[in-house]
Design a binder for this molecule. Structure first.
Ligand SMILES: Cc1cc2nc3c(=O)[nH]c(=O)nc-3n(C[C@H](O)[C@H](O)[C@H](O)COP(=O)(O)OP(=O)(O)OC[C@H]3O[C@@H](n4cnc5c(N)ncnc54)[C@H](O)[C@@H]3O)c2cc1C
Length: 471
């Protein structure tokens, strides 16, 4: 897929990957071997019928392609852009043997964008109509029971969409002023344009999903109050938005950010458009981002676009162990971000005004494997050195959002306060209450959150039909 050149893209927040033309998509789809027993679908957490949608693209039936995808996935424009396909569908593609798997993610994105373009064309000529592919999604009067969904990230949105398609009245309660969870406050515009997220959320609304923003369950209403208001089942998709810190000296200095604060200011509050938008951000000239996941790559690339002259990734293991998508590591390197691997920060040094002046680090080497199967990083004594930086972004992980959990002590939690669920049904220990996504998994992926939302929707349907039979 074509991309903006690194020289141009570091000066703007526009999308980096530019998508495929019709001709390119058909050509790519034509490379598919259409295996008798396709492994790609089996490796998709939401079980998209990849064979059928690629076949439709090959035959230029783009409306058919998006219909097939939407049988299983209500957020195709999102997934086509951010799913780790290399570990899933594309990872299972038989053409990996030749090192050239089908670019399934790009084809999914192509089909989603094709439909969104059709919709834009229709809505500018004849308002109110929908494309043939979404005709089934017309708003209808829902007759089923009321279900509440807490949180509008991919887990909540998927659960809500599936239930709405089965005719339940679904209300999503979202704490922030915009729906989408990490898709709007975390992942930057240049990887996932917010217009795409909005259009896919609008599609869910067209299925009948009601979304109430600025509503914090646990504060505005409790779980018990939702049941008292007539909701017959509840899905918790509150995510993992509580930042972790390293607990080293200097972490409370000015210009030390959690990745959450940096990314929320930049993405949700549009700090990169300050003063046209109210939220400012104070980024220095030399930024160290601590961590090796997608959040770290996003923080580094956002810092660059906000005007930093030098940006470093500081990661305590080797590049092989980095959890970030390979594509994002490559993009970061192309943009000039410098990687300090096998490096651990020890303290952040202050100037006389309590701003970051430098960071002391120590070099590491890899020792024995730890519980995660990865080799444990071990400090090399005497290898301390000072890094000349004036901003530090801590991107070492998040744990589940605590507000709802604190207000619901009857909910069973496990390690790191993750909600304990049955892995097949997503049921919690409270009857009629289900949970999924990062609130149960910790920091995971969009598609894993969606898979959990789907399993929960299925289980909720069963639960409601049993309740109904008892009446
Ligand atoms: C910067 C960043 C980059 C990432 N990049 C990728 C990527 O490239 N590919 C990928 O697959 N995954 C990526 N991930 C991970 C992925 O985004 C998450 O795994 C996924 O969003 C989890 O979905 P979720 O629905 O469980 O939670 P979230 O997306 O976190 O949504 C939870 C929602 O619940 C709301 N909420 C919380 N508490 C309450 C409450 N009490 N009442 C009402 N609402 C509440 C929150 O405001 C939020 O909107 C990234 C994560 C981050 C942070």
């Amino acid at each position: 897929m074509k991309k903006q050149s690194p020289k141009d893209r570091i000066k703007n927040f526009n999308e980096v990957a530019l998508g495929m033309s019709e001709e390119e998509a058909v050509k790519e789809a034509s490379r598919c071997l259409f295996c008798k027993e396709p492994k790609c679908s089996a490796n998709c957490p939401v079980e998209i019928d990849i064979y059928r949608f690629i076949d439709a693209i090959k035959n230029k039936k783009f409306d058919e392609a998006i219909k097939v995808i939407k049988e299983k996935n209500n957020l195709p424009g999102v997934c086509g852009r951010v799913c780790p396909q290399e570990d899933q569908c594309e990872g299972a593609c038989i053409l990996n043997a030749k090192n050239k798997p089908i670019n399934i993610g790009a084809l999914e994105r192509f089909a989603a964008d094709w439909e969104l373009n059709q919709l834009s064309a229709i809505s500018s000529s004849a308002k109110g109509e929908t494309s043939p592919a979404t005709a089934g999604g017309q708003l209808s009067a829902k007759t089923g029971a009321k279900v509440a969904v807490i949180g509008s990230g991919p887990a909540g949105l998927t659960c809500a969409g599936d239930l709405a398609m089965m005719d339940y009245k679904v209300t999503v309660f979202e704490a922030l002023h915009t729906a989408g969870g990490v898709l709007v406050y975390g992942i930057p515009e240049f990887r996932l344009p917010k217009e795409i997220v909005k259009k896919e959320v609008d599609y869910l609304k067209s299925l009948g999903v009601e979304i109430i923003e600025n509503f914090i369950v646990g504060k505005t209403s409790t779980l018990k109050e939702l049941f008292a208001q007539g909701y017959k089942a509840v899905f918790i998709g509150t995510g993992a938005g509580l930042p972790s810190f390293m607990n080293i000296p200097g972490e409370n200095l000015n210009r030390v950010y959690s990745s959450n604060e940096l990314l929320t200011r930049a993405n949700l509050m549009k700090a990169y458009l300050f003063p046209d938008f109210d939220t400012p951000i104070n980024i220095g000239k030399k930024v160290a981002v601590i961590g090796g996941g997608n959040t770290a790559m996003d923080s580094a690339r956002v810092s660059l676009r906000l005007g930093a002259e030098k940006v470093y990734i500081v990661y305590r293991r080797s590049e092989k162990e980095m959890p970030a998508r390979k594509e994002e590591v490559e993009n970061a390197k192309e943009e000039g971000i410098e990687f300090h691997i096998l490096t651990l920060p020890k303290r952040i040094v202050s100037d006389d005004k309590n701003f970051v002046k430098a960071m002391e680090c120590i070099k590491m080497e890899l020792g024995e494997s730890d519980a995660s199967g990865r080799r444990r990083p071990v400090p090399i004594h005497g290898s301390e050195f000072i890094m000349d930086v004036d901003t530090v972004v801590v991107a070492i992980g998040q744990s589940p959002n605590p507000v709802f959990l604190k207000a619901t002590p009857e909910l069973k939690l496990g390690k790191w306060d993750k909600i304990v669920v049955d892995s097949k049904t997503q049921a919690t220990n409270i009857k009629g209450v289900y949970a999924g996504g990062d609130a149960t998994l910790g920091n995971d992926t969009v598609i894993a959150a969606m898979g959990a939302g789907k399993r929960a929707a299925k289980a909720i349907t069963l639960h409601l039909s049993i309740l109904n039979a008892q009446v």
